[in-house]
Design a protein around this ligand. Structure first.
Ligand SMILES: Nc1ncnc2c1ncn2[C@@H]1O[C@H](COP(=O)(O)OP(=O)(O)OP(=O)(O)O)[C@@H](O)[C@H]1O
Length: 274
C-alpha cells in the first residue's frame, strides 16, 4: 500500500511490564480510510489510541504515522479523547475549548493570535457550533459538546483524526447527525473511530478493527461472526450473545451471512432477514 497513514508492526504493550494489554498488533490504515475500532470494555482500544498519539511507547514492535514516529507528527493528528464528567463541568467558553487544540502546536500556552481565533471560529463553523462560541461549555447539550470537542480536534486541519467514543451519551438523533458530520470530515482526513456503537459500521465506515488484546482487521464495513466471537465470546453452542439492529437505510451489509438457523440475524426495517 502506498503511503499508509498508520502502520503498526508486531506491536505489544504492557503498562506494568507484566500484563500484556495489546499483543502482536499489525495494522495498516490507508489514506482516506474511515476505520471503526470496536471491542469490549478493557479490550485495549484507548491504549491503542494513546500508542498512535505517541503518549505511550510500545513494549515491542514499531509504529509509523504518515511514515514517521508518532511523536514527530503529533501536530498532524487530531484527537478527541473519551469525555468524562470533569471535562463537562470545566468552566471555559466554547471558543476557549476549541483553541486548546492549538496549544501543543503554538507552544505559547493560552496566548492566541487573532489568526488563531479565526481558525477556531472556522472549526466551530465546520461543526455547526459557531453561534455558541461565547457560551460556557457546561451550558451545552451532550451532542453540542461533542461537536465542540470535534472542532478542537480538527482546528489544525489534521491528516489523521482519532476519535475515542465521540457519540457516547448522545441520543439516537444526535448520534446520527454526528456520524453524518464525521463522514463529511472524512473527505478531508483519515479517521480512526473507537466505538461501542456498532451503528458506526452501517453509517459509512470503510473498514473495521476489533480489539480485544489482539487486533483483527477487516478491510470492508462488515462485522463477521468471528469478530463478534472475538469481541464478546459466545455461549456453549458458539452462539453470539449480542443482537444487532440497524435503523433507516442500510447502505451495506452489517453482519456476515450466517448458516446457523438459531443464530441471531440482522433484520432490515422492512423485516427482511439478511
Ligand atoms: N494507565 C493505566 N495503567 C494501568 N493499566 C491501565 C491504564 N490504562 C488502562 N489500563 C488497563 O488496560 C486495559 C485496557 O484499557 P483501555 O482503556 O485501553 O480499554 P478500552 O478498550 O478502551 O476500554 P473501554 O471500552 O472500557 O473504554 C484495562 O485492563 C485497563 O484497566
Amino acid at each position: 500500500m502506498d503511503n499508509p497513514v498508520v502502520e503498526m508492526r508486531g506491536v505489544s504493550f504492557s503498562y506494568d511490564g507484566l500484563t500484556r494489554i495489546l499483543r502482536d498488533v499489525n495494522l495498516t490504515v490507508a489514506a482516506g480510510d474511515y476505520l471503526a475500532v470496536l471491542g469490549p470494555n478493557g479490550g485495549g482500544k484507548s491504549t491503542l489510541m494513546r500508542l498512535l498519539l505517541g503518549l505511550l511507547t510500545p513494549s515491542s514492535g514499531e509504529i509509523r504515522i504518515l511514515g514517521k514516529k508518532p511523536s514527530e507528527v503529533c501536530t498532524r493528528i487530531g484527537y478527541m479523547p473519551q469525555l468524562n464528567e470533569a471535562t463537562r463541568i470545566f468552566p471555559i467558553s466554547v471558543l476557549g475549548v476549541t483553541l486548546m487544540g492549538l496549544i501543543g502546536a503554538t507552544g505559547r500556552g493560552w496566548l492566541f493570535s487573532r489568526k488563531e481565533k479565526k481558525l477556531a471560529q472556522a472549526a466551530l463553523d465546520r461543526v455547526g457550533m459557531l453561534e455558541f462560541q461565547h457560551r460556557r461549555i457546561d451550558r451545552l447539550s451532550g451532542g453540542q459538546r461533542q461537536r465542540v470537542y470535534i472542532a478542537r480536534a480538527i482546528i489544525s486541519s489534521p491528516d489523521l483524526l482519532l476519535l475515542d467514543e465521540p457519540t457516547a451519551s448522545v441520543d439516537a438523533g444526535g448520534r446520527s447527525a454526528l456520524l453524518t458530520l464525521l463522514m463529511e470530515l472524512n473527505r478531508e482526513m483519515s479517521i480512526i473511530h473507537v466505538s461501542h456503537d456498532l451503528s458506526v459500521v452501517a453509517a459509512g465506515a470503510h473498514s473495521v478493527a476489533c480489539v480485544n488484546r489482539t487486533l483483527h482487521f477487516h478491510p470492508r464495513p462488515e462485522i463477521t461472526k468471528d469478530m463478534l466471537q472475538m469481541m464478546y465470546g459466545g455461549d456453549e453452542k458458539g452462539r453470539c450473545p449480542v443482537e444487532i439492529f440497524a435503523h433507516g437505510d442500510i447502505p451495506h451489509r452489517v453482519v456476515e451471512e450466517c448458516d446457523d438457523e438459531e443464530a441471531p440475524a440482522l433484520i432490515t426495517p422492512e423485516g427482511r432477514r439478511l
